[in-house]
Design a protein around this ligand. Structure first.
Ligand SMILES: Nc1ncnc2c1ncn2[C@@H]1O[C@H](COP(=O)(O)OP(=O)(O)O)[C@@H](O)[C@H]1O
Ligand SMILES: [Mg+2]
Length: 264
C-alpha cells in the first residue's frame, strides 16, 4: 500500500477537500481501493461536514490498545463517505485527536503499509514537527503540500518545502485554483514538482458530499476532471522510485511541458 499524506504549510487552503476528492476518485482512476484517514491535529471536520456519525472514529481505533494495527481493524472503525469511501474520521476536538493519534500514528502507518491492495490518503492538516501525524508524514510515500497560489502562501510553502526535502520526505505541490499567482511560479519558488491544480469550485462541499458521480457525463465537471488528473499523476509518480523525483536542484517548472502545462 502507498500512503499519500496531504497537508499544508499554512492557513486553510483546501487540504481536507483535496484529500476527500483524491480518495473518492482513487479507485476509478487507479483500479486500487482507497481509504481516507483524517489525521489533522486541529481536529476532524469530515463527520460534521459530510453528515457522518461521530463514532466510530480514531478514538475507538486507539481504544483497542497496543494490538497490531490491521486493515480489518481500520475498516471496522471506518465509515463510508458519500456511501463510497471508507473513512476513518477524527474527533472534532483537536486536543482529543492529538492525544489519541500521537501514540498510534507509527503503528497505523505500519499497518497501512502492510496491506497490498489498499492505498491510504491521510489528511495531516498543517504540517508541523510536533503534529500528531508526524510519524505518518515521515513514513509516507508522497507528501502532497497544498497551497493556494497567493503570494502570502508562498513564503511558508518555501520554508516547509525545504524542511521536507531536508528530511528526505518525497514532497510535491498541488495548488487550489490557478490565480492570482501562477501555480508554476509557486512550484518554481518552492522547488517542488507541481502535480497540478485542483479546480476552484464554490460548490466543492456539495460535490464531494455527493460522491463520485456514477454518470460519466457528470464527471466531466472541472472539479472531478482535475481530481482524476491529480490521482493519475500521483499514482504514476508512486510507480517511479523517489530518487528520480528528488533532484531538488532542478527547477520545478522544468518538469512541465512548455506549452501543454502537463507534468512530464
Ligand atoms: N477546490 C476548492 N474550491 C473552492 N473552495 C474550496 C476548495 N477547497 C476547499 N475550499 C473551501 O475552503 C474552505 C477550507 O477547505 P478545507 O478543505 O477544509 O481546507 P483545510 O483542510 O486546508 O482547512 C472550505 O470552506 C472549503 O469549502
Ligand atoms: Mg482540514
Amino acid at each position: 500500500m502507498s500512503i499519500i499524506a496531504v497537508g499544508s504549510a499554512k492557513a486553510s487552503p483546501g487540504v481536507t477537500s483535496l484529500s476527500a476528492g483524491l480518495g473518492l476518485s482513487w479507485e476509478e482512476t487507479t483500479g486500487r481501493r482507497a481509504v481516507l484517514v483524517e489525521g489533522d491535529g486541529d481536529g476532524g471536520v469530515l463527520a460534521a461536514r459530510f453528515g457522518l456519525a461521530q463514532t466510530p472514529s480514531l478514538l475507538e481505533l486507539a481504544g483497542t490498545g497496543r494490538q497490531e494495527m490491521t486493515i480489518s481493524r481500520l475498516q471496522a472503525n471506518s465509515q463510508l463517505l458519500a456511501g463510497q469511501l471508507p473513512t476513518l474520521v477524527a474527533p472534532g476536538c483537536g486536543e482529543t485527536t492529538t492525544r489519541v493519534l500521537s501514540p498510534i500514528a507509527s503503528r497505523l502507518a505500519d499497518g497501512l503499509h502492510r496491506s497490498d491492495e489498499i492505498d491510504a490518503v491521510v489528511d495531516v492538516g498543517r504540517v508541523r514537527s510536533h503534529s500528531p501525524a508526524a510519524e505518518m508524514i515521515k513514513r509516507c510515500d508522497l507528501l502532497v503540500l497544498v497551497a493556494q497560489p497567493r503570494f502570502d502562501h508562498l513564503v511558508p510553502l518555501v520554508h516547509q518545502a525545504r524542511r521536507m526535502v531536508a528530511q528526505d520526505i518525497p514532497t510535491a505541490l498541488v495548488c487550489v485554483g490557478d490565480r492570482p499567482y501562477p501555480p508554476t511560479e509557486m512550484a518554481k519558488a518552492s522547488q517542488l514538482d507541481l502535480l497540478g491544480v485542483m479546480a476552484h469550485d464554490p460548490r466543492v462541499n456539495q460535490a464531494l458530499g455527493g460522491g463520485l458521480p456514477s454518470d460519466r457525463r457528470h464527471r466531466r465537471l472541472l472539479l472531478w476532471r482535475t481530481l482524476a488528473e491529480l490521482v493519475l499523476r500521483i499514482h504514476n509518480r508512486l510507480q517511479i522510485p523517489a530518487a528520480k523525483h528528488a533532484d531538488s536542484n532542478a527547477p520545478a517548472h522544468a518538469l512541465w511541458g512548455a506549452n501543454t502545462g502537463n507534468c512530464l
